[in-house]
Design a protein around this ligand. Structure first.
Ligand code: SF4
Length: 320
Protein backbone atom coordinates (compact mmCIF):
# COMPACT_ATOMS: atom_id res chain seq x y z
CA UNK A 1 0.00 0.00 0.00
CA UNK A 2 1.33 3.47 -0.90
CA UNK A 3 2.39 5.78 1.91
CA UNK A 4 -0.04 8.48 3.15
CA UNK A 5 0.29 11.78 1.31
CA UNK A 6 -2.43 13.68 3.13
CA UNK A 7 -3.72 12.93 6.63
CA UNK A 8 -6.66 14.93 7.94
CA UNK A 9 -7.27 14.39 11.64
CA UNK A 10 -10.25 15.73 13.57
CA UNK A 11 -10.61 18.73 11.24
CA UNK A 12 -13.12 21.23 12.60
CA UNK A 13 -14.03 24.64 11.25
CA UNK A 14 -16.87 27.01 12.12
CA UNK A 15 -17.61 30.43 10.64
CA UNK A 16 -18.69 33.07 13.17
CA UNK A 17 -22.00 34.75 12.30
CA UNK A 18 -22.53 37.85 14.38
CA UNK A 19 -22.00 37.79 18.15
CA UNK A 20 -23.40 34.43 19.17
CA UNK A 21 -24.20 32.30 16.16
CA UNK A 22 -21.64 30.10 14.45
CA UNK A 23 -21.95 27.98 11.33
CA UNK A 24 -20.31 24.63 11.94
CA UNK A 25 -19.07 23.83 8.46
CA UNK A 26 -16.81 20.86 9.28
CA UNK A 27 -16.95 18.82 12.47
CA UNK A 28 -14.18 16.40 13.47
CA UNK A 29 -13.51 15.01 10.00
CA UNK A 30 -10.64 12.52 9.57
CA UNK A 31 -9.40 10.72 6.48
CA UNK A 32 -6.19 9.69 4.75
CA UNK A 33 -5.25 10.04 1.10
CA UNK A 34 -2.38 7.90 -0.15
CA UNK A 35 0.08 8.69 -2.92
CA UNK A 36 -1.49 8.26 -6.35
CA UNK A 37 -4.94 7.57 -4.89
CA UNK A 38 -8.25 9.26 -5.72
CA UNK A 39 -10.59 10.03 -2.84
CA UNK A 40 -14.03 11.27 -3.87
CA UNK A 41 -15.84 13.43 -1.29
CA UNK A 42 -19.58 13.67 -1.89
CA UNK A 43 -22.47 15.37 -0.14
CA UNK A 44 -25.17 17.98 -0.63
CA UNK A 45 -24.35 21.69 -0.83
CA UNK A 46 -23.48 22.90 2.65
CA UNK A 47 -22.08 19.56 3.80
CA UNK A 48 -18.59 21.01 4.32
CA UNK A 49 -16.73 19.58 1.31
CA UNK A 50 -15.43 22.88 -0.03
CA UNK A 51 -14.39 24.03 3.44
CA UNK A 52 -12.23 20.90 3.69
CA UNK A 53 -10.73 21.67 0.25
CA UNK A 54 -9.88 25.19 1.33
CA UNK A 55 -8.32 24.02 4.60
CA UNK A 56 -6.20 21.44 2.73
CA UNK A 57 -4.96 24.23 0.43
CA UNK A 58 -4.23 26.62 3.36
CA UNK A 59 -6.88 29.02 2.04
CA UNK A 60 -8.66 28.64 5.39
CA UNK A 61 -7.16 28.02 8.80
CA UNK A 62 -9.13 25.33 10.66
CA UNK A 63 -10.14 25.98 14.24
CA UNK A 64 -8.91 22.61 15.39
CA UNK A 65 -7.50 19.37 14.08
CA UNK A 66 -4.45 18.59 12.06
CA UNK A 67 -3.70 18.40 8.35
CA UNK A 68 -0.48 16.59 7.55
CA UNK A 69 0.94 16.73 4.06
CA UNK A 70 3.83 14.30 3.70
CA UNK A 71 4.02 14.38 7.49
CA UNK A 72 4.27 18.22 7.63
CA UNK A 73 1.62 19.92 9.73
CA UNK A 74 0.46 22.55 7.22
CA UNK A 75 -1.60 24.39 9.85
CA UNK A 76 1.50 25.01 11.93
CA UNK A 77 2.83 28.39 10.75
CA UNK A 78 6.46 27.56 11.45
CA UNK A 79 6.32 24.18 9.70
CA UNK A 80 4.49 25.78 6.78
CA UNK A 81 7.05 28.57 6.41
CA UNK A 82 9.94 26.12 6.54
CA UNK A 83 8.38 24.03 3.74
CA UNK A 84 6.55 26.73 1.82
CA UNK A 85 8.05 26.02 -1.62
CA UNK A 86 7.29 22.30 -1.52
CA UNK A 87 3.84 22.79 -0.06
CA UNK A 88 2.80 25.45 -2.55
CA UNK A 89 4.19 23.65 -5.59
CA UNK A 90 2.99 20.15 -4.82
CA UNK A 91 -0.60 20.99 -3.90
CA UNK A 92 -2.75 22.48 -6.64
CA UNK A 93 -6.46 23.20 -6.85
CA UNK A 94 -9.09 23.44 -9.58
CA UNK A 95 -12.16 25.45 -8.68
CA UNK A 96 -15.74 24.95 -9.80
CA UNK A 97 -16.08 28.23 -11.65
CA UNK A 98 -13.30 28.69 -14.19
CA UNK A 99 -14.88 32.02 -15.16
CA UNK A 100 -13.81 33.58 -11.87
CA UNK A 101 -10.74 31.46 -11.11
CA UNK A 102 -8.93 32.63 -14.29
CA UNK A 103 -7.93 36.28 -14.49
CA UNK A 104 -10.01 37.77 -17.31
CA UNK A 105 -7.28 40.27 -18.21
CA UNK A 106 -4.55 37.72 -18.73
CA UNK A 107 -3.83 35.66 -21.83
CA UNK A 108 -3.86 31.89 -21.58
CA UNK A 109 -0.06 31.55 -21.91
CA UNK A 110 0.42 33.88 -18.93
CA UNK A 111 -2.32 32.21 -16.87
CA UNK A 112 -0.74 28.76 -17.29
CA UNK A 113 2.79 30.04 -16.59
CA UNK A 114 1.81 32.24 -13.64
CA UNK A 115 2.37 29.67 -10.84
CA UNK A 116 5.84 28.87 -12.25
CA UNK A 117 6.71 32.58 -12.39
CA UNK A 118 5.51 33.17 -8.83
CA UNK A 119 7.40 30.15 -7.50
CA UNK A 120 10.51 30.96 -9.59
CA UNK A 121 10.36 27.54 -11.23
CA UNK A 122 12.63 27.17 -14.26
CA UNK A 123 10.40 26.03 -17.15
CA UNK A 124 11.41 22.47 -18.12
CA UNK A 125 10.85 23.21 -21.83
CA UNK A 126 13.06 26.26 -22.05
CA UNK A 127 10.57 29.12 -21.81
CA UNK A 128 7.32 29.84 -20.01
CA UNK A 129 5.51 30.07 -23.33
CA UNK A 130 6.85 26.68 -24.48
CA UNK A 131 5.77 25.16 -21.16
CA UNK A 132 2.31 26.73 -21.44
CA UNK A 133 1.99 25.40 -24.98
CA UNK A 134 2.98 21.90 -23.88
CA UNK A 135 0.45 21.91 -21.03
CA UNK A 136 -2.23 23.36 -23.30
CA UNK A 137 -1.79 20.57 -25.83
CA UNK A 138 -1.63 18.01 -23.00
CA UNK A 139 -5.13 18.95 -21.85
CA UNK A 140 -6.45 18.76 -25.41
CA UNK A 141 -6.43 22.42 -26.47
CA UNK A 142 -4.95 23.86 -29.62
CA UNK A 143 -1.89 26.09 -29.21
CA UNK A 144 -3.82 28.75 -31.11
CA UNK A 145 -5.60 29.56 -27.84
CA UNK A 146 -2.37 30.66 -26.13
CA UNK A 147 -2.95 34.35 -26.84
CA UNK A 148 -6.66 34.34 -26.13
CA UNK A 149 -8.37 35.70 -23.01
CA UNK A 150 -10.69 33.62 -20.76
CA UNK A 151 -13.78 35.43 -22.10
CA UNK A 152 -13.03 34.09 -25.59
CA UNK A 153 -13.18 30.44 -24.47
CA UNK A 154 -16.10 28.17 -23.55
CA UNK A 155 -16.59 26.91 -19.97
CA UNK A 156 -15.12 23.49 -20.81
CA UNK A 157 -12.08 25.06 -22.50
CA UNK A 158 -11.50 27.34 -19.52
CA UNK A 159 -11.63 24.36 -17.18
CA UNK A 160 -9.00 22.64 -19.34
CA UNK A 161 -6.81 25.74 -18.95
CA UNK A 162 -7.32 25.60 -15.17
CA UNK A 163 -6.13 21.98 -15.26
CA UNK A 164 -3.13 22.93 -17.43
CA UNK A 165 -2.21 25.67 -14.95
CA UNK A 166 -2.32 23.17 -12.08
CA UNK A 167 -0.25 20.62 -14.02
CA UNK A 168 2.46 23.17 -14.83
CA UNK A 169 3.69 22.77 -11.24
CA UNK A 170 3.91 18.96 -11.52
CA UNK A 171 1.76 18.49 -8.40
CA UNK A 172 1.58 15.44 -6.16
CA UNK A 173 -1.90 16.39 -4.95
CA UNK A 174 -4.71 17.92 -6.98
CA UNK A 175 -7.77 19.17 -5.14
CA UNK A 176 -10.67 19.29 -7.60
CA UNK A 177 -13.49 21.26 -5.98
CA UNK A 178 -16.61 20.38 -8.01
CA UNK A 179 -14.64 20.85 -11.26
CA UNK A 180 -17.56 20.02 -13.57
CA UNK A 181 -20.55 21.31 -11.60
CA UNK A 182 -20.95 24.44 -13.73
CA UNK A 183 -20.56 22.68 -17.11
CA UNK A 184 -23.06 21.12 -19.53
CA UNK A 185 -23.60 17.38 -19.05
CA UNK A 186 -21.84 16.46 -22.34
CA UNK A 187 -18.79 18.54 -21.38
CA UNK A 188 -18.77 17.14 -17.83
CA UNK A 189 -17.99 13.64 -19.15
CA UNK A 190 -15.11 15.00 -21.26
CA UNK A 191 -13.49 16.79 -18.32
CA UNK A 192 -13.94 13.77 -16.01
CA UNK A 193 -12.32 11.53 -18.65
CA UNK A 194 -9.48 14.01 -19.08
CA UNK A 195 -8.85 14.09 -15.32
CA UNK A 196 -9.04 10.32 -15.18
CA UNK A 197 -6.49 9.90 -17.98
CA UNK A 198 -4.14 12.45 -16.41
CA UNK A 199 -4.37 10.63 -13.10
CA UNK A 200 -3.56 7.29 -14.71
CA UNK A 201 -0.63 8.69 -16.64
CA UNK A 202 0.94 10.92 -13.99
CA UNK A 203 -0.18 9.12 -10.80
CA UNK A 204 -1.26 12.34 -9.06
CA UNK A 205 -3.39 11.92 -5.93
CA UNK A 206 -6.81 13.61 -6.23
CA UNK A 207 -9.15 14.89 -3.58
CA UNK A 208 -12.18 14.97 -5.87
CA UNK A 209 -15.19 16.85 -4.57
CA UNK A 210 -18.65 16.46 -6.09
CA UNK A 211 -22.25 16.68 -4.95
CA UNK A 212 -23.46 13.40 -6.37
CA UNK A 213 -22.18 9.85 -6.29
CA UNK A 214 -22.50 9.19 -10.03
CA UNK A 215 -19.90 11.90 -10.64
CA UNK A 216 -17.19 10.31 -8.48
CA UNK A 217 -18.01 6.68 -9.27
CA UNK A 218 -15.69 6.25 -12.24
CA UNK A 219 -12.78 8.25 -10.99
CA UNK A 220 -12.43 7.39 -7.28
CA UNK A 221 -10.57 4.56 -5.57
CA UNK A 222 -12.30 5.44 -2.32
CA UNK A 223 -15.33 7.53 -1.49
CA UNK A 224 -16.17 9.60 1.57
CA UNK A 225 -19.78 10.68 2.14
CA UNK A 226 -20.34 13.96 3.99
CA UNK A 227 -23.49 15.13 5.73
CA UNK A 228 -23.87 18.42 7.60
CA UNK A 229 -20.13 18.80 8.22
CA UNK A 230 -19.59 15.17 9.23
CA UNK A 231 -18.01 12.29 7.38
CA UNK A 232 -20.66 9.57 7.75
CA UNK A 233 -19.21 6.78 5.61
CA UNK A 234 -15.93 6.06 3.88
CA UNK A 235 -14.65 3.06 1.98
CA UNK A 236 -13.51 1.42 -1.21
CA UNK A 237 -15.47 2.87 -4.13
CA UNK A 238 -16.69 -0.42 -5.63
CA UNK A 239 -17.62 -1.91 -2.27
CA UNK A 240 -19.45 1.23 -1.18
CA UNK A 241 -21.50 1.16 -4.39
CA UNK A 242 -22.26 -2.53 -4.05
CA UNK A 243 -23.13 -2.39 -0.37
CA UNK A 244 -23.78 1.07 1.11
CA UNK A 245 -24.11 0.89 4.90
CA UNK A 246 -25.10 4.34 6.14
CA UNK A 247 -28.78 5.26 5.55
CA UNK A 248 -27.72 8.54 3.91
CA UNK A 249 -25.37 6.77 1.47
CA UNK A 250 -28.20 4.35 0.65
CA UNK A 251 -30.51 7.26 -0.13
CA UNK A 252 -27.88 9.01 -2.26
CA UNK A 253 -27.17 5.82 -4.22
CA UNK A 254 -30.84 5.11 -4.79
CA UNK A 255 -31.05 8.47 -6.61
CA UNK A 256 -28.19 7.69 -9.05
CA UNK A 257 -29.74 7.11 -12.50
CA UNK A 258 -29.26 3.62 -13.99
CA UNK A 259 -28.95 3.42 -17.80
CA UNK A 260 -30.77 0.04 -17.97
CA UNK A 261 -34.54 0.79 -17.62
CA UNK A 262 -35.30 -2.78 -16.42
CA UNK A 263 -32.75 -2.59 -13.59
CA UNK A 264 -33.82 0.98 -12.84
CA UNK A 265 -37.48 -0.07 -12.54
CA UNK A 266 -36.75 -2.81 -10.04
CA UNK A 267 -34.72 -0.52 -7.79
CA UNK A 268 -36.43 1.13 -4.86
CA UNK A 269 -35.86 4.88 -4.61
CA UNK A 270 -35.37 6.13 -1.04
CA UNK A 271 -36.97 9.54 -0.75
CA UNK A 272 -35.53 11.67 2.04
CA UNK A 273 -38.07 13.73 3.92
CA UNK A 274 -37.38 17.38 4.71
CA UNK A 275 -34.49 19.67 4.05
CA UNK A 276 -30.86 19.58 5.10
CA UNK A 277 -30.89 21.10 8.63
CA UNK A 278 -29.11 24.39 9.15
CA UNK A 279 -25.46 24.04 10.21
CA UNK A 280 -26.12 27.06 12.46
CA UNK A 281 -28.54 25.00 14.54
CA UNK A 282 -27.71 21.34 13.88
CA UNK A 283 -29.82 18.54 15.41
CA UNK A 284 -28.72 16.86 18.64
CA UNK A 285 -27.15 13.40 18.42
CA UNK A 286 -26.80 12.03 14.91
CA UNK A 287 -26.75 14.87 12.35
CA UNK A 288 -28.88 12.77 9.95
CA UNK A 289 -31.60 11.88 12.45
CA UNK A 290 -34.17 14.46 11.26
CA UNK A 291 -34.33 12.75 7.85
CA UNK A 292 -33.38 9.19 8.67
CA UNK A 293 -36.14 6.55 8.33
CA UNK A 294 -34.50 4.45 11.08
CA UNK A 295 -33.95 7.18 13.70
CA UNK A 296 -34.76 6.29 17.31
CA UNK A 297 -34.24 7.81 20.73
CA UNK A 298 -30.57 6.90 20.92
CA UNK A 299 -30.00 8.74 17.63
CA UNK A 300 -31.42 11.92 19.18
CA UNK A 301 -29.26 11.69 22.29
CA UNK A 302 -25.95 10.30 21.15
CA UNK A 303 -23.63 11.21 18.30
CA UNK A 304 -22.69 7.93 16.57
CA UNK A 305 -18.99 7.13 16.63
CA UNK A 306 -17.13 6.18 13.48
CA UNK A 307 -16.81 2.36 13.42
CA UNK A 308 -14.60 0.32 11.16
CA UNK A 309 -16.22 -2.78 9.66
CA UNK A 310 -14.18 -4.82 7.17
CA UNK A 311 -12.23 -1.78 6.04
CA UNK A 312 -15.38 0.40 5.78
CA UNK A 313 -15.88 3.32 8.14
CA UNK A 314 -19.47 4.13 9.12
CA UNK A 315 -20.98 6.50 11.69
CA UNK A 316 -24.40 5.03 12.52
CA UNK A 317 -25.82 3.38 15.66
CA UNK A 318 -27.62 0.77 13.57
CA UNK A 319 -24.57 -0.46 11.70
CA UNK A 320 -22.38 -3.19 13.17
FE1 SF4 B 1 -30.15 7.04 11.22
FE2 SF4 B 1 -29.69 6.75 13.82
FE3 SF4 B 1 -27.98 5.79 12.05
FE4 SF4 B 1 -28.20 8.39 12.42
S1 SF4 B 1 -27.49 6.91 13.91
S2 SF4 B 1 -28.07 7.35 10.48
S3 SF4 B 1 -30.37 8.61 12.78
S4 SF4 B 1 -30.09 5.13 12.36
Amino acid sequence: MAEPLLEVRGLTHAFPLGRRAVLRAVDHVSFTLRRGEVLGLVGESGSGKSTIARCVMNLLRPQSGQILYRGIDICDRRAFRANRRTLQAERQIIFQDSGSSLNGRMRMCDIIAEPMRIQHVRPPRGSYRAEAEFQMRYVGLDAGYLDKYPGELSGGQRQRVAIARALSMEPELLVADEPVASLDVSIQAQIINLLKNIQKELGIAYLFIAHDLSMVKHISDRIGVMYLGHLVEEGDSKELYANPMHPYTKALLSAVPIPDPLVGKSRKRIMLEGELPSPINPPSGCPFRTRCPYANEKCANEMPKMKEINGRKVACHMVG
